[in-house]
Design a protein around this ligand. Structure first.
Ligand code: FDP
Length: 352
């Protein structure tokens, strides 16, 4: 954000993160530097994405990731960029990436740190070929074990133990949005100076929601509760003013819009694939970081029955249904699920 009275007084992301650190005199600076490493990774990935067509990196790399999906070249690039920028810094004990089946250890020649980084290097990758917004999602935890290499137990943590989370969206412009629990702040990359500048301080989800967002192509496979909830959002059951539909199919893009405009994004479980009874999105590095951001912006995220931040992960790549955005709309989804999918009496639902 540029001060018109003095355009030299700009708030860079580095300054903003440092000023948050000064609130904690005991802080070592490791978290500050880790966040700044991620901002740098975002700049490098953004620059590569911008030149993707020219560099001929679009298309598949011919490999299959741990989720059984084809890996694209940009996914690998983003994954390697983050790991290579962070593994030698002495700031993290272990990392988790969507692209790696196991936790990523710190090479023995480097010091281990006190933090755990989980990330989805390039989310929404099915959109890469179509020049649609994609993003990087991350969350940071303090390690649980005392010392030595980080362990699986350091990684399998409920979101309510998170110390920071954020995402970088590569769209018309590149933006980084993060929170350490002190408000949610958005920075826009100014390509002319090569730095993220504060553009959206203290983001809160607007009171009046605008959009709902879901892939209605799956409606046939949705439960009765989800179908009725969708009709509620559309205003077709006469209970509320209708919301408009927007769906990008890139979680970061759909979440970013929901955060700024109000509304709800949901990717529920469906009956399409019996091997994926919990929807598609990953708990650890997709749902939980965005849930932490939503909560710090006055919103809420649920798996349909409980807060996402309360879910204890059992495995690194666990999937979860996700309902996220304006608190009242997410709570309404929980109510519809309770009434129509779990058969609880209406008296337990409160008003609907
Ligand atoms: P993608 O497969 O393109 O990587 O988690 C992956 C994700 O995208 C999310 O970004 C997005 O919200 C969702 O999947 C889209 O899934 P559908 O194509 O099933 O709607």
């Amino acid at each position: 954000m540029i001060n018109p009275a003095d355009p030299t007084r700009i708030t860079t992301i580095e300054r903003h993160i440092l000023e948050e650190q000064y609130l904690y005199p005991e802080a070592t600076g490791a978290l500050t530097n880790l966040l700044y490493d991620l901002a740098l990774a975002g700049k490098i990935i953004a620059s590569r994405i911008t030149r993707a067509g020219l560099l001929d990196v679009l298309g598949r790399a011919g490999m299959v990731n741990v989720q059984g999906e084809e890996v694209m070249k940009l996914d690998e690039f983003a994954d390697h960029t983050i790991i290579n920028l962070i593994d030698h810094t002495g700031r993290v004990a272990v990392m988790v990436s969507e692209e790696h089946i196991d936790p990523i250890s710190i090479p023995e020649r480097y010091p281990v740190g006190n933090y755990v980084l989980v990330f989805d290097p390039l989310d929404g990758s099915s959109n890469i070929d179509f020049n649609v917004s994609i993003g990087t999602i991350f969350a940071i935890y303090r390690r649980k074990t005392e010392d030595g290499p980080g362990t699986l137990a350091d990684c399998l943590r409920p979101g309510n133990e998170m110390v920071a989370a954020g995402y970088i969206i590569y769209g018309g412009s590149t933006m980084l949005v993060y929170t350490t629990g002190q408000g949610v702040h958005g920075f826009t990359l100014d390509p002319s100076v090569g730095e993220f500048l504060l553009s959206h301080p203290n983001i809160t989800i607007p009171q009046a929601p605008k959009y709902y967002s879901a892939n209605q192509g799956y409606e046939l496979y949705w439960s009765a509760g989800i179908r009725r909830y969708t009709h509620y959002l559309q205003g077709s059951d006469g209970q509320r003013k209708r919301l408009l539909l927007r769906y990008v199919g890139s979680l970061v893009g759909d979440f970013h819009r929901t955060l700024l405009s109000g509304g709800v994004f949901y990717y529920p479980s469906d009956s399409q694939d019996p091997h994926k009874p919990h929807g598609k999105l990953r708990l650890l590095y997709e749902a939980a970081p965005l849930a932490f951001i939503a909560q710090n912006a006055g919103g809420y995220a649920s798996d349909g029955t409980r807060g996402i931040l309360d879910v204890q992960p059992e495995s690194l790549h666990q999937r979860t249904p996700l309902f996220i955005g304006s608190r009242d709309l997410v709570e309404k989804a929980e109510q519809f699920i309770r009434e129509y999918d779990q058969g609880l009496p209406v008296t337990e639902m409160g008003e609907n």
